[in-house]
Design a protein around this ligand. Structure first.
Ligand SMILES: Cc1ncc(C[n+]2csc(CCOP(=O)(O)OP(=O)(O)O)c2C)c(N)n1
Length: 656
C-alpha cells in the first residue's frame, strides 16, 4: 500500500484501482475490532484517491465537513501503519486533527463548518497572493445545515478560486431529510440534466493536455453551463410534482449562487473523478462538483444497513453482526429516553420530539416509529431545532429537543434569545453529557452546566440513574420554564424504570446516605448524575477507613437545593463535589458560590474534568481514572486532606 500522497501520483490507473480495493479491505478488517465510521469511508475511497492524485497536500488544502470520512485520507498521508489504532487510547483520532498531521489543515467533528472554513482559507490565500487550491468536501446532509448556506452565500464575491465537492450519498446518519435533499434527488434523477452531465463527462474524459485544449475545455464548459441553466428554466409537464408544482422549473442552486456546477458524476469512477478534478483545478471561478457515492460501497452488510454502519461498534467481518449484548446489561440511556418519550407522548398531547438528524443516536427513533406525527427530524440544524421548539412552546406545547450536549453548544444564542429570555417551556434532553470517549474532544459534552447555569429561568437537572431520567422528563413536561436534562452516553445504572414516572420537586436534592453522627470526621459527598454512583462507592471505602460520610444526589444544578447543600456542608469537615463536567464554572463552582454567600467555610474539593480539552480514548473509564473522576481519587483526596489537617479538623476557605 502507498505511504504518502507522492506515491499516489506515481501509480498507473489500474494500480490506483487496486489501491482502492486494498484500502476497502483495510477499512473493513481494520475497524471490525474497535468500530468507527465505516460506511462513509467506504463511500469516499475513489474520491479520496482522486483528490490525492490531482492535488498536492499539505500545500493544497482539503477541508472535510464533519471529517468522519477522513480515514482514507489518513491512510494516504502517512498514517496507514497506525490505522488500526484509530479512536483508541493513544491512537489516531477519528476526525481530522491539526495536531495529528500537516495534511489535516482543519479539524472538525461538528457538521456544517467546512464551506466557511475553506472559504476563509481561500480568502487568506488570495490576500497573500498564494496559488494553492482549497478543496472543500461536504456531504449532502451538510446542506441541511444553515452555516453551509451562509458560506455559499459568500463564495462568489469572496474568491474566484474555490473547489467544492458535494459528496452525495443521500444519507445523513439516517436517510437525509427536507427540501434540499428532495431537490438534490430531483437533480440527479432529472433525465435532461443527466444527459447534459453525460455529454460533459464524455468530453472531460477525452480532455487532452495543453493550453489550447484547456481553453477549448473551458469554452465547452460554458456551453454546458448555458444548457444547464436553460434546462432549469424550462418547464416539462412530465416532470411536474404530484401537487402540480415544479416540473422542472428549478434552476441549479449553486449556479444561482454564483458557483459553477459540474455533475452529477459517478463518485466511484476513478478516471472520471481525476479528469473532472484536473479540469476544476484550472477554473478561474468557484466551482462545485456534484459526486454521487454509495455509503458502504464494497461491503454488503454496510450497504444493507447504512445507518448502523455510519458509525458502528465492533462487528463480525463475515456477517456484519455486532456482538450480542450480554444478558443483564443495563439499557442505554438513549433507549430509556426514547421509550419514555413514547410513554409521555401517549399521555400528553402537548409533548413532541425534535431531533437534529440523530434519530438513533438520541433514541428518538422509538417515537418516530410509534407516533411519527409527533416526531420531527429537522436535519443537521440545531439552531433551527431550538427556535422551532420555541415557536411550538408559544402555542402551548412541550417540545422535547433531543440534542447531544456538545452539538447544543451551536444553538446557544437560540437558548438565550428564543427560549430563556421568553421563558418558554422547551425541554432539552442532552445525551452525551460527559465524555464520548472514542470520538474525542469535539464530542465530549462537558461544558453545558457552565453555559446554562448563568442563564435566567433555567431549570437544569442531572439524573443519577435511568429511572430518575424518566422522572425528570415527566417533571419537565409539567414545567412552565425551560428545562435541561443532562445524561451520559452508554449503559445506565441498571435500576428498574417504574411504569409510571413520578414528579420530582424542583430544586430538591436527594439524600442518599446521611451522617451517622458518631463523632468521626465527616465527609459530605455531593455526586451529580452518574458521579453519584462513584460517590456511593467512595463512601463505602471512606466509612471503612473510619470516616462519617453522607452522600447527596443533588439532582439539580439550577436551582441548587440551597437548604440541603447548606446543611450538609455546615455539618461536614470536608465537602467533595463530583461531576462529569469541567470543574470550571460547573456544579462544584455553583456549590462554592453558594457556600461563600452563606459564609460556610468548610473546605470543598471539586472533582471533575480539568480546564483543558480531553483527548479521545478507548473507554470513558480510562479517562476518568486518568483525570481522577474515580472512586480511588475521591478516597485519596479525602484521606490526603485529613492527613494534612491532622486529627484536629481545621476550617479553611474553599479550596479547588
Ligand atoms: C452539529 C452536528 N450535528 C450532528 C452531527 C452528527 N452527525 C455526524 S455525521 C452526520 C451526517 C453527515 O452526513 P453527510 O454530511 O451527508 O456525510 P456522509 O456521512 O453521508 O458522508 C451527522 C448528523 C454532527 N457531527 N454535528
Amino acid at each position: 500500500m502507498v505511504d504518502g500522497p507522492a506515491h499516489v501520483k506515481k501509480l498507473t490507473l489500474p494500480q490506483l484501482g487496486e489501491l482502492a480495493g486494498e484500502i476497502r479491505q483495510e477499512l473493513i478488517d481494520g475497524l471490525a475490532k474497535g468500530g468507527g465510521h465505516l460506511g462513509p469511508n467506504l463511500g469516499v475511497v475513489e474520491l479520496t484517491i482522486a483528490l490525492h492524485r490531482v492535488f498536492n497536500t499539505p500545500v493544497d488544502k482539503f477541508v472535510w465537513d464533519v471529517s468522519h470520512q477522513v480515514y482514507v485520507h489518513k491512510m494516504l498521508t502517512g498514517r496507514k501503519d497506525r490505522f488500526r489504532t484509530i479512536r483508541q487510547s493513544g491512537g489516531l483520532n477519528g476526525f481530522a486533527l491539526r495536531t495529528e498531521s500537516v495534511h489535516d489543515c482543519y479539524g472538525a467533528g461538528h457538521a456544517g463548518t467546512a464551506l466557511s472554513a475553506a472559504l476563509g482559507m481561500a480568502a487568506a490565500r488570495d490576500q497573500k497572493g498564494g496559488k494553492e487550491h482549497v478543496v472543500c468536501i461536504f456531504g449532502d446532509a451538510a446542506l441541511t445545515n444553515g452555516i453551509s448556506f451562509e458560506a455559499l452565500n459568500n463564495i462568489s464575491h469572496t474568491t474566484k478560486k474555490f473547489i467544492g465537492i458535494l459528496n452525495d450519498n443521500e444519507w445523513s446518519i439516517a436517510k437525509n431529510v427536507g427540501a434540499i435533499s428532495a431537490y438534490l434527488n430531483k437533480l440527479i434523477t432529472n433525465p435532461r440534466y443527466n444527459q447534459l452531465a453525460r455529454d460533459f463527462q464524455g468530453f472531460v474524459r477525452r480532455l487532452p493536455k495543453g493550453e489550447l485544449a484547456l481553453k477549448l475545455a473551458h469554452k465547452a464548459e460554458e456551453g454546458f453551463r448555458g444548457a444547464l441553466n436553460e434546462v432549469g428554466m424550462q418547464k416539462t409537464d412530465a416532470l411536474l410534482d404530484a401537487d402540480g408544482r415544479g416540473g422542472h422549473g428549478s434552476p441549479v442552486i449553486f449556479e444561482e449562487m454564483g458557483v459553477r456546477y459540474l455533475g452529477p458524476i459517478d463518485g466511484h469512477d476513478l478516471p472520471l473523478l481525476i479528469s473532472t478534478m484536473e479540469f476544476a483545478k484550472t477554473c478561474d471561478h468557484p466551482i462545485v462538483i456534484h459526486v454521487l457515492t454509495k455509503k458502504g460501497k464494497g461491503y454488503e452488510a454496510a450497504i444493507k444497513s447504512p445507518e448502523k454502519f455510519h458509525g458502528t461498534g465492533p462487528y463480525d467481518v463475515k456477517t456484519g453482526d455486532s456482538a450480542p449484548v450480554k444478558a443483564g446489561t443495563p439499557p442505554n440511556y438513549q433507549d430509556v429516553f426514547g421509550q419514555t418519550m413514547v410513554k409521555l407522548c401517549r399521555k400528553d398531547s402537548t409533548v413532541v420530539g425534535i431531533t437534529a438528524a440523530m434519530p438513533s443516536g438520541t433514541g428518538l427513533k422509538y417515537l418516530e416509529k410509534a407516533m411519527p406525527e409527533r416526531y420531527y427530524d429537522v436535519g443537521i440544524a440545531e439552531e433551527h431545532a431550538v427556535i422551532f421548539a420555541a415557536g411550538m412552546a408559544t402555542m402551548g406545547f412541550h417540545p422535547v429537543c433531543a440534542i447531544y450536549s456538545s452539538f447544543l453548544q451551536r444553538a446557544y444564542d437560540c437558548i438565550h434569545h428564543d427560549v430563556c429570555l421568553q421563558d418558554l417551556p422547551v425541554i432539552f434532553c442532552m445525551d452525551r453529557s460527559g465524555l464520548s470517549a472514542n470520538d474525542g474532544p469535539t464530542h465530549h459534552g462537558v461544558f453545558d452546566i457552565a453555559y446554562l447555569r448563568c442563564m435566567p429561568n433555567v431549570i437544569a437537572m442531572a439524573p443519577a440513574n435511568e429511572d430518575e431520567l424518566a422522572d425528570m422528563m415527566f417533571t419537565a413536561t409539567h414545567e412552565r420554564h425551560p428545562t435541561f436534562i443532562r445524561y451520559p452516553r452508554g449503559t445506565a445504572e441498571g435500576v428498574p424504570v417504574k411504569e409510571q414516572p413520578k414528579l420530582i420537586p424542583i430544586g430538591k436534592a436527594e439524600i442518599v446516605e446521611n451522617f451517622s453522627n458518631q463523632g468521626k470526621q465527616k465527609v459530605a459527598l455531593f455526586g451529580l448524575g452518574p458521579m453519584c454512583a462513584i460517590a456511593r462507592q467512595a463512601a463505602v471505602e471512606l466509612i471503612a477507613a473510619g470516616h462519617d460520610v453522607a452522600v447527596i444526589n443533588p439532582r439539580f444544578t439550577k436551582p441548587l437545593d440551597a437548604g440541603t447543600h447548606e446543611f450538609f456542608a455546615s455539618a461536614a469537615d470536608l465537602v467533595i463535589t463530583l461531576e462529569d463536567h469541567v470543574v470550571m464554572g460547573g456544579y462544584g463552582s455553583a456549590v462554592l458560590e453558594l457556600l461563600s454567600e452563606k459564609a460556610i467555610t468548610t473546605p470543598v474539593i471539586r472533582i471533575g474534568w480539568p480546564d483543558q480539552f480531553i483527548e479521545h480514548a478507548t473507554t470513558q473509564d480510562e479517562l476518568r481514572k486518568k483525570y481522577g473522576l474515580s472512586v480511588e481519587n475521591t478516597v485519596a483526596k479525602a484521606k490526603g486532606y485529613f492527613a494534612k489537617a491532622g486529627t484536629e479538623v481545621v476550617r479553611l476557605t474553599a479550596i479547588a
